[in-house]
Design a protein around this ligand. Sequence first.
Ligand SMILES: NC(=O)c1ccc[n+]([C@@H]2O[C@H](COP(=O)([O-])OP(=O)(O)OC[C@H]3O[C@@H](n4cnc5c(N)ncnc54)[C@H](OP(=O)(O)O)[C@@H]3O)[C@@H](O)[C@H]2O)c1
Length: 359
Amino acid sequence: MATKLTNESEIDGESATAAVVGASGFAGGELLRLLSGHPGFEIAAATSRSRAGRSVGAVHPNLRGTGLRFSDPVDLDPVDVLFAATPHGVTTDHIDEFREGADLVVDLSADFRLDTPETYDEWYDGHDRPELVGEAVYALPELHREELPGADLIAGGGCNATAAIVGLYPLAEAGFLDGARVVVDVKVGSSEGGAGGGVASSHPERSGVVRPYAPTGHRHEAEILQEIDAEFDLSFTAHAVDMVRGASATCHVFPADGGPVEARDCWRAYREAYDEEPFVRLQAGGRGVYRYPEPKAVAGTNIAEVGFETDGDRLVVFSAIDNVGKGSAGQAVHAANVALGYPETAGLDFPGLHPVGAP
Ligand SMILES: NC(=O)c1ccc[n+]([C@@H]2O[C@H](COP(=O)([O-])OP(=O)(O)OC[C@H]3O[C@@H](n4cnc5c(N)ncnc54)[C@H](OP(=O)(O)O)[C@@H]3O)[C@@H](O)[C@H]2O)c1
């Protein structure tokens, strides 16, 4: 059977130097894991203010043996690519020095994801550098492949938004979302809250939960509305569930004309959008235990699984990603590959694990 993973590992020329700012966090740790196995990057710096001087393996045990050490971000030397995996606001505060010190800045936070200062006013208490808003390319290559080559500022998407966007994008392209009502329900793992996630993410409190944590007004709605090119009515709710990695989006789509949307038309829409995509696989029905998109099946990868079922006036779309993979670090490396002209799958061309416990 054919596979879209191509094992492209040849990079012409010298490796690019990379710095990861915020390397002691979950997204930063995943960046280090991906970059350390990437044929086109040499990790020049992995920063943490609180752990400067300590070995990376002391924080990320999967990276023991790499020889990497944390450094203080004030000691950053110029690099080709700077990945920022820092909390909201940090990249905005440091954007001038980041851009002076790197040809390409890939920011994983929400700082430059939205296109207009007005949207930041509406969803994020404004923006401290409104003149720069709109300069970044949103990282998802499935939507922005043409704009990424040569970009100097890339904004990684939110993990919940990414899960919803990969599910809804083909329907918008096929015209099924115009005038539709769309209800998105995302279940997400605890690593979404970061290494300093606080009591809500502590093991005793998180274990066993299916906890609505953003029933209304989640900020990722802004990204979904921005990135999906259709006029539709969106309702969004997120639940914290008992996973470490993973985001699973269920999108209930009620078309404007009352439907039904035929399954064959949906298949056509998804195939047209994703047949050539190396990191999206369609998973709908079939046999076995895992018949629909499943976070466990993509844990540790940059793969998004997408599937759907039709149900009269409702179309239900499922998508699954790893929130620190396709939902942040994987997406960032994929976008950087496209920006630098590397093979798209470089450093990312591996499947997930099976069997595996709760990821
Ligand atoms: N976790 C996810 O699933 C996910 C998904 C998509 C996007 N993101 C985004 O990615 C970013 C990082 O998320 P995370 O979950 O990895 O967070 P995290 O685990 O809390 O890590 C944050 C990192 O930033 C560093 N940091 C904090 N304040 C800093 C500052 N002022 N200057 C320099 N470094 C600073 C921290 O180390 P020191 O304090 O030691 O410097 C740490 O290494 C966030 O913006 C988040 O929204 C995360």
